[in-house]
Design a protein around this ligand. Structure first.
Ligand code: DON
Length: 562
């Protein structure tokens, strides 16, 4: 063979190894898997500069607020689960809070009905944002690099711009001409020429860059006090909102103990209330252990039935018992995540036929895909699972153009009508009614599974109530069915949430014969295009390497490693 042929062969092999469509990424020293490749790159750069997983998380989160604004945010809230290299696990709760002026009936008209969808649209639906406080608190306690070094990459992306993707462009065309109350959205995606920035062209966000500079220079206070807080209050006042400077100043993130359990040889750590995610996940994992799921073949009728029945039960308990722990000191979390409870629950399950969800009790609505999760590991073995959200895609689609960021509409996660629960989706139970300074119940499920005291799987997803179930099934796929991380993420998922009483399944991934058999057992089935946008990292102990994958349903998502 001629030398040039060798060269060509070598080049092709190298390209093969670098092929971006190859669905797993390997990293010896660390990894970030997020919904935007640029945010993953920002995180990995921080790791390369000697930052730890907390530093990389802060930098990635701010970068996503620029590059993935449908859910990446400074105007919303979320949760971090951190496993430190010494094996200790902690969590940060920076869920939004109801403002001081909120009340249980704030969304109702004189007939007791929800007024103009006000729990989800307009400024009454905005919760006091928590993201900046949460990132700052996590960094103060566990970060290594200076705070400013972690905010700067996001400022650069906002100032200098980054290439508009087709996914963003699609949203831009939809939102720029949309509802007239979506004030900030009209000019949000436009360039200096007044046109929506075309795919491939640089999209710059000057106002957001300035707000981020305040946060860089003044830390938490750069958002909750001073110029930014002033502008939030005056924007709220002028547009019918009730969040004040006092709300902002009083906001605090909270470090909480994780909910934890075991599954065979693994340890599972996840988010406690005010997220329902960890409790429901552990309840279902315990039920799987009681049912000895390892004897059940993946994707069989028995598998779908068992998994759906576990979901039905966990979601009923979620609706009945869970809310903000600071307002519900009697919540039976320890009982719900106990092995005894799962065994008792398993006894109520008929392996040959579907149970019925009692529609006079608790039900809840679906969610979309509009939250964002990312997973981070560093060279010392620290791992972070972080999910944060604006609730709907682009939240309430309102915000001050001077500040350049969008507010959440998270108040919609409270139970809107006290005492009213319906089979079509409303829940009215007490633990999650609105109260001043209360946190609304979430389904976000940032999770870390450990083996021998070290992170084994770091995982999470967006998707409203479906989050709990897609994380649950991905954990099963890795722990029980030995799937590699990309397969575990892509494999068929179902969703059942007690009410409506039906199994939602990913179209084309469940065989017609299986569906028929399930229907004969009494299940109702409903197809959907996709469930979950999971971002995961596993650890391959034999190779001593991290292996990560971003869900293919994320348009700009990517794993980056070094
Ligand atoms: O905290 C929660 O559970 C929801 N606000 C998440 C929302 C979501 O994933 C997308 N939904 N529309």
């Amino acid at each position: 063979m001629k030398f040039t042929n060798y060269l060509l062969a070598f080049l092709l092999i190298s390209i093969g190894f670098q092929n971006p469509s190859f669905s797993q990424t390997y990293g010896k020293n660390g990894m970030v898997v997020s919904d935007h490749y640029l945010a993953s790159e920002v995180g990995v750069e921080i790791l390369k500069k000697g930052g730890n997983a907390v530093d990389a998380t802060v930098a990635t989160a701010f970068a996503l607020a620029v590059t993935h604004p449908e859910a990446g945010n400074i105007g919303g809230g979320g949760f971090i689960v951190l496993m430190k290299s010494d094996g200790e696990v902690t969590t940060f709760d920076f869920r939004e809070k109801a403002p001081l002026g909120a009340s249980p009936s704030m969304f109702l008209d004189e007939n007791g009905k929800i007024k103009d969808n006000s729990n989800h649209s307009g400024l009454l639906s905005v919760g006091v944002p928590g993201t900046v406080a949460g990132l700052y608190q996590a960094h103060q306690k566990y970060g290594k690099l200076p705070w400013k070094d972690l905010v700067n990459p996001a400022i650069k992306l906002a100032k200098k711009g980054f290439p508009m993707s087709w996914g963003l462009y699609r949203a831009a065309t939809r939102l720029a001409g949309g509802n007239e109350s979506w004030d900030i959205m009209r000019d949000y995606f436009r360039g200096a020429d007044g046109e929506i920035v075309a795919p491939g062209e640089l999209w710059k966000q000057a106002a957001l860059a300035k707000t981020l500079q305040e946060i860089r220079d003044h830390g938490r206070d750069g958002f909750y006090k001073g110029k930014v807080a002033e502008e939030i209050e005056s924007y709220m006042k002028a547009n019918g909102g009730i969040i004040t400077k006092a709300d902002l100043e009083r906001y605090e993130a909270v470090e909480r103990r994780p909910v934890k359990s075991t599954f065979n040889d693994f340890e599972i750590f996840s988010m406690p209330p005010p997220s329902s995610g960890g409790v429901a996940l552990i309840e279902m994992m315990n039920l799987m252990e009681a049912a000895d799921i390892s004897k059940v073949e993946f994707n069989s009728t028995a598998y779908v039935h068992l998994v759906a029945e576990a979901m039905r039960r966990a979601f009923a308990d979620r609706a009945e018992f869970l809310g903000d722990p600071d307002f519900n000191p009697e919540m039976p979390v320890d009982k719900l995540i106990s092995k005894e409870f799962a065994k008792a629950r398993f006894k109520t399950l008929d392996l040959t036929k579907a149970s019925k969800s009692d529609s006079s009790r608790y039900g809840q609505l679906y969610g979309g895909d509009h939250t964002t999760h990312f997973s981070v590991v560093d060279k010392d073995g620290n791992a972070i699972s972080m999910t944060y959200t604006l609730e709907n895609s682009y939240g309430v689609k309102m915000g001050s153009s001077k500040l350049g960021f969008i507010f959440n509409n998270e108040m919609g996660d409270f139970n809107p009508i006290p005492g009213v629960t319906t089979s079509t989706g409303l829940i009215g139970s007490d633990p999650n009614l609105v109260a001043p300074e209360k946190r609304m119940l979430s389904s976000m499920t940032p999770t870390i599974v450990a083996k021998d005291g070290k992170p084994y799987l770091v995982i999470g997803s967006p998707g409203g109530r479906t989050i709990i179930n897609t994380v649950f099934q991905t954990v099963l796929n890795v722990l029980v069915y030995d799937m590699r991380i990309d397969r575990a993420i892509e494999a068929m998922k179902i969703h059942h949430q007690w009410l409506p009483d039906q199994i939602t399944y990913e179209r084309n991934l469940l065989s017609p014969d299986t569906r028929k058999a399930l229907e004969q057992m009494g299940h109702t089935l409903r197809p959907t295009t996709n469930l979950g946008v999971l971002m995961g990292i596993t650890y391959d102990a034999a190779l001593g390497v991290y292996v990560g994958a971003a869900d293919s349903s994320s348009e700009d998502g990517a794993a980056r490693a070094y």
